[in-house]
Design a protein around this ligand. Structure first.
Ligand code: TPP
Ligand code: MG
Length: 679
C-alpha cells in the first residue's frame, strides 16, 4: 500500500496526517536553528525525514494507549498529542517544560497522554515498554502500546529478552523499529547479521513485517493491524519501517562523512511529506490555498511555542523539593522489638517466612502488587521466599520469567511507571550487574528526569552476601554501588522482625527500593515476628544494644556477630553500643552521630569490601559531623579485598567474624586506656 493508492482514506484523515508530519518537521527544523544559535543546549536528535512513522503509528492509537520512545522522539510526542509549547520549553530548559527543565530533549514525556517518555539509553524503551504492556495486561482495560526504537537498538540484548518475554506472555505491544539504516555513524550492513530486522520476529514467534516507513498510510494500516492483534490478546508484532534521517545523527554531531552524496539524495527523494502532499493534490483535489493556510497555522503555533518557552523562567534549586525521591510514607513501627525480651511465648518466623508474610499481607490489600522473577512461582524461589504465593494469588501476580535479568528489571520499571507495584527478584544479588541500567539509569532517575512528578514504586529484592560456599560470582555484597545512587532506597534487614516490617514499608513506598536479603539470614533460627500489619520506617536505624565505650555500626548478619562480640567484651568490662542502620540509603546519620558523640569511638562492620564500601561512607560522614568527639581513629572491619574463595575455611576468614570485632574494639579501647582516656 502507498500514499497514492488508498481510496479508503478520506481527505480529512489524510490532511490530518499531512498536518501532523508538517508540525513535526517544522518543530525539528526550528529546534535545529535554536541549537545552532545556542538557545537549545546539549543536544537533540532531529526526526526530519522520518515523520511518517510517528504520524502513521499514532494515528492508529487511542488516547488511552501508550507510547514509549527513544532519543529521536520529538515526533512521537507531537503525534501522540503532546503540546508544542511545553515541548519547546523543555528543550530550552525552562520550568514550564514537560520535565520542568530537568530532562531535556531525551526525556520528554507526558504521562497524562500516556507518552511514557523518550530515553537516552539505546534500547531501554523496548524493555520499559514491555513492562508498560504488562501493566496494561494486568489492568485488563484493553489498552495497548507502541515501543519506538531504532535499527541500532535492535542489536541490544534487551531487544531479544523483551521480545521473547512479550511473545511468551502475549503482551499487548507493537515493537516499531524505525530503520533509518544507521546507528550513529555505523551502517546497518556493518552492524547487523540479518538484512531485514523483521526476520528476527520469527525467533520469538511473532509476526514480523518490513514496510516503507516513508509511506504514512502503509505505516498507519500496518500498525493498526498490529494494534488490533494486541488488543485481541494475541500478543506483540515487530514492524520494521524503512526510512532515512535527513542530516546528522544529532544536532551536536560534526562527524567526518560516512554516507555518500548519492545516498543522501536518494534518501531525501523519498520525502514522506511530499508524497502525501502529492496525493492530496492529485487524488483528493486539495488546493494551494489549503496548504498555505496550514503552513501559516503551523508557523504560528511554532512561534507561539517558542514565545511561551522563552517567557518561562529557568528552574532553580528551590524548585527541586522531593524531585529525586518521593516522600516516604509516614510509618509507625510496632512497639515490639523482640531483642532481649523474648520470653519464648512469641510467635517465631524465619527470615524468609517473615518476608513471605509481608507479601501475603500486601498482595491481599493492594491488587497492584505483583511478583516477577526466575523460578519464584512453582518452586517459590531458590530460597523459598515466595513459596505458596502462586497457589494463593495466581499466575498473573506471581510470574515465573525466562532467565532475562535485563527484561525483568526494565519490565518492572515500565510496570511501576504505569501504575502497578512490581516486586522483582534477582535470583542471586551478584546478577544485579545485569540489571544496572534499569536501576541506575531508569528507575532511579525517572522521577527526576520527568520533573519530579512521577513515582516509581518497585522493589528489587534477592539474596546477597557470602557464607554458603557459592564462590566468587554468587557471594558478593555490592550494596555500596546502589547506595551511591540518588533516587534509590537501599534496605538491609538483619532479622525476621525487620525483614517483615521493612518489606511492608518497601511495598508501600513510592520509590525504587533495593531490598537485600542475606543468605545467612535465611539460615538463621526463627525469631519473634508479630502477626498482622506493621511497618518498620525507612531511614530509621535501630539501637540494638546500648553501651558507652564504643559505637559499633553493623549491617545485616554482622549485627548478630556484633551482639555476640558485645557479650565477650562485656566480660572484659567493655560495653559497646550497637547500631543497625537497617536502611543504607537514606542513612540515619543522626542516630549514628549521636551515639558516636556519646561513646567517642566508632567501629563499622560490614561484609562488603573496604575500598569505597559502606563503611567508607559512614566513616566520612561521621568525620564531617563529629570528628571533635572522637577519641580514636575510626575502624572499618570488612571482608578482605578478594573475590569470595570457595574453600570454606578461606571463605570464613575472608568475611568479618565476631573475633575481628572483639579484637578491634579491644585494641581501640586499650589504646585509649594506655593513654589514660578509658574509664
Ligand atoms: C546504551 C547506549 N549506547 C550508546 C549510546 C550512544 N548513542 C546514542 S544514539 C545512538 C545510535 C542509535 O541508533 P539507532 O538505534 O539506529 O537510532 P537512530 O539514532 O538511528 O534513530 C548511539 C550509539 C546510547 N545513548 N546508549
Ligand atoms: Mg538508526
Amino acid at each position: 500500500m502507498n500514499a497514492t493508492a488508498d481510496p479508503a482514506l478520506d481527505t480529512a484523515a489524510l490532511q490530518a496526517l499531512w498536518r501532523t508530519m508538517q508540525r513535526i518537521r517544522r518543530f525539528d527544523e526550528r529546534v535545529r536553528e535554536l541549537f545552532l544559535d545556542g538557545t537549545v543546549k546539549g543536544t537533540a536528535h532531529s526526526c526530519v525525514g522520518q515523520e511518517a512513522i510517528a504520524a502513521g503509528a499514532c494515528a492508529a492509537l487511542q488516547e488511552s494507549d501508550f507510547i514509549i520512545s527513544h532519543h529521536r522522539g520529538h515526533g512521537h510526542c507531537l503525534a501522540k498529542g503532546a503540546e508544542m509549547p511545553r515541548m519547546m520549553a523543555e528543550l530550552l530548559g525552562r520550568i514550564d517544560g514537560y520535565c520542568r527543565g530537568l530532562g531535556g530533549s531525551m526525556h520528554v514525556a507526558d504521562l497524562e497522554r500516556n507518552i511514557l517518555g523518550a530515553n537516552g539509553v539505546v534500547g531501554a524503551g523496548i524493555g520499559i515498554g514491555t513492562g508498560a504492556a504488562l501493566a496494561a495486561q494486568l489492568r485488563g482495560d484493553g489498552s495497548i502500546g507502541i515501543a519506538f526504537f531504532g535499527d541500532g537498538a535492535a542489536n541490544e540484548g534487551i531487544f531479544h529478552e523483551a521480545l521473547n518475554l512479550a511473545s511468551l506472555w502475549k503482551l499487548p505491544i507493537v515493537y516499531l523499529c524505525e530503520n533509518n539504516q544507521y546507528g550513529l555513524s555505523t551502517a546497518m550492513s556493518d552492524s547487523t547479521a540479518v538484512d531485514r530486522l523483521s526476520r528476527r520476529a520469527a525467533g520469538y514467534s511473532m509476526p514480523g513485517l518490513t514496510i516503507d516507513g516513508n509511506d504514512v498510510l502503509a505505516v498507519r494500516a500496518t500498525v493498526a493491524e498490529a494494534v488490533e492483534r494486541a488488543r485481541r490478546g494475541e500478543g506483540p508484532t515487530l514492524i520494521e519501517a524503512l526510512t532515512w534521517r535527513w542530516g546528522e545523527h544529532s544536532m551536536r554531531a560534526n562527524l567526518p562523512a560516512y554516507r555518500s552524496g548519492v545516498q543522501e539524495e536518494q534518501g531525501r527523494a523519498r520525502d514522506p511529506i511530499a508524497r502525501v502532499e502529492a496525493s492530496l493534490r492529485e487524488q483528493h483535489g486539495v488546493e494551494d490555498a489549503w496548504f498555505a493556510a496550514q503552513r501559516a497555522e503551523v508557523e504560528m503555533e511554532l512561534a507561539a511555542a517558542e514565545a511561551f518557552a522563552r517567557a518561562s523562567r529557568e528552574p532553580t534549586f528551590d524548585d527541586l523539593q522531593d524531585v529525586v525521591t518521593a516522600p516516604h510514607a509516614a510509618a509507625a513501627e510496632a512497639a515490639l522489638w523482640p531483642g532481649g525480651s523474648d520470653d519464648g511465648s512469641q510467635r517465631k518466623l524465619t527470615f524468609a517466612d517473615a518476608i513471605r508474610e509481608a507479601f501475603a499481607i500486601e498482595m491481599q490489600r493492594d491488587p497492584r502488587v505483583f511478583l516477577i522473577g526466575e523460578d519464584i512461582g512453582k518452586i517459590g524461589g531458590i530460597f523459598a521466599v515466595t513459596r505458596g504465593l502462586l497457589e494463593r494469588f495466581g499466575a498473573a501476580r506471581v510470574r515465573d520469567t525466562p532467565i532475562s535479568e535485563q527484561a525483568i528489571a526494565l519490565a518492572a520499571v515500565g510496570a511501576a511507571i504505569s501504575g502497578q507495584r512490581p516486586v522483582a527478584e534477582v535470583q542471586i544479588f551478584d546478577f544485579v550487574t545485569l540489571m544496572m541500567d534499569a536501576l541506575v539509569n531508569q528507575a532511579a532517575k525517572f522521577r527526576f528526569m520527568l520533573g519530579g512528578v512521577p513515582t516509581v514504586p518497585l522493589v528489587l529484592r534477592g539474596p546477597t552476601g557470602g557464607g554458603v560456599r557459592l564462590g566468587a560470582q554468587h557471594s558478593q555484597s555490592l550494596e555500596s554501588w546502589l547506595m551511591h545512587v540518588p533516587g534509590l532506597v537501599v534496605l538491609a534487614p538483619s532479622n525476621p522482625y525487620d525483614a517483615k516490617g521493612l518489606m511492608l514499608a518497601a511495598l508501600r513506598d513510592d520509590n525504587p527500593v533495593v531490598f537485600l536479603e542475606h543468605k545467612l539470614a535465611y539460615l538463621a533460627p526463627a525469631a519473634p515476628v508479630p502477626e498482622g500489619d506493621y511497618v518498620v520506617p525507612i531511614g530509621k536505624a535501630a539501637l540494638r544494644r546500648a553501651g558507652e565505650h564504643c559505637t559499633v555500626v553493623a549491617t545485616m548478619t554482622m549485627v548478630d556477630k556484633a551482639l555476640a562480640a558485645a557479650n565477650k567484651l562485656a566480660r572484659a568490662g567493655i560495653s559497646i553500643e550497637i547500631i543497625d542502620p537497617r536502611t543504607l540509603r537514606p542513612l540515619d546519620l543522626p542516630t549514628i552521630v549521636s551515639s558516636v558523640k556519646k561513646t567517642s569511638r566508632l567501629v563499622i562492620v560490614h561484609e562488603g569490601w573496604k575500598r569505597a564500601g559502606f563503611g567508607s561512607e559512614v566513616a566520612a560522614a561521621v568525620a564531617e559531623e563529629a570528628i571533635d568527639w572522637l577519641d580514636a581513629p575510626i575502624v572499618r572491619i570488612t571482608s578482605r579485598e578478594l573475590p569470595m574463595p570457595y574453600n570454606d575455611k578461606l571463605e570464613r576468614a575472608t568475611m568479618p567474624q565476631e573475633a575481628d570485632i572483639v579484637e578491634a574494639v579491644r585494641a581501640l579501647v586499650q589504646r585509649d586506656a594506655v593513654a589514660g582516656r578509658f574509664e
